[in-house]
Ligand binder design. Structure first.
Ligand code: PGA
Length: 250
């Protein structure tokens, strides 16, 4: 069966001592919680935060990106192989901020997904529509196209290492959340696409997370839906009380 997962995407926030305090506070408050928890700090803190999670088998770290290249003269890039070498097991790919500001097109993302899978990383793959696309009723087509041109190129074995995060762009950092019914409708659609592309067992086993202004006030409602298996949390993952409260919403 699929896992319940909560991922904290710290984006480009926090210094090292703030990372330490945040993780310590969360660990203190969550001693007997078994939900899978993944912290996604900036690259330079991955090893450090990973060390703070030692001995907590339900906690680990994710990178926020990786290169589409294997290795070589690509100044400033971080490869999937390097992540693997420091025992990072997860990477977020396809986040709308990367698509919008850093030219992560579907073609580039397809390459990044392949590099990640080749290096034994589990990919948390983000997809989501803009508000104009939802208002013109194109949101299902947009999501299908984003998946068809990237992760659905994988064979069934490799697809086992994919977690999908549905993140409507209009809900990210805006305080506007998709209603739990809107999110459930899209998650169920995404699962039906996985069933069709692969098979029903794969669809049943794929975790689909919701992201976009997920907060303590709405997490319980969202997580109570049958096809919502957890959250990819931005702003609220930077405050221990909020993040813990979201995790405790299961
Ligand atoms: P938010 O961000 O929770 O601040 O809306 C979510 C995300 O970008 O993953």
């Amino acid at each position: 069966m699929r896992n319940k997962i909560v991922v904290g995407n710290w984006k480009m926030n926090l210094g090292r001592s703030e990372c330490h305090k945040l993780v310590d506070d969360i660990l203190d408050s969550l001693s007997d919680n078994k939900t899978k928890i993944v912290f996604a700090p900036p690259f330079i803190y991955l090893d450090y935060v990973s060390g703070l999670c030692l001995n907590r088998e339900n906690m680990t770290v994710a990178a926020q990106n990786c290169s589409s290249y294997d290795n070589g003269a690509y100044t400033g890039e971080i490869s999937a192989k390097m992540l693997n070498s420091i025992e990072v097991r997860y990477v977020i790919l396809g986040h709308s901020e990367r698509r919008q500001y850093f030219n992560d097109t579907d073609e580039v993302l397809k390459e990044k997904v392949e590099r990640a899978i080749d290096n034994n990383l589990t990919v948390i793959f983000c997809c989501g529509e803009e508000i104009s696309q939802r208002e013109s009723n194109q949101h299902f087509d947009v999501i299908k196209q984003q998946l068809d041109s990237t992760i659905f190129k994988l064979d069934i074995n490799d697809f086992k290492n994919i977690i999908i995060a549905y993140e409507p762009i209009w809900a990210i950092g805006t305080g506007k959340t998709a209603s739990s019914d809107q999110a459930q409708e899209m998650h169920s659609f995404i699962r039906s696409l996985v069933n069709k592309r692969y098979d029903k067992i794969t669809g049943t086993n794929t975790s689909i997370l919701y992201g976009g202004s997920c907060k303590p006030v709405n997490a319980k409602d969202l997580f109570s839906k049958p096809d919502i298996d957890g959250g990819l949390i931005g702003g609220a993952s930077l405050t221990s009380d909020d993040f813990v409260s979201i995790i405790n919403s299961f």
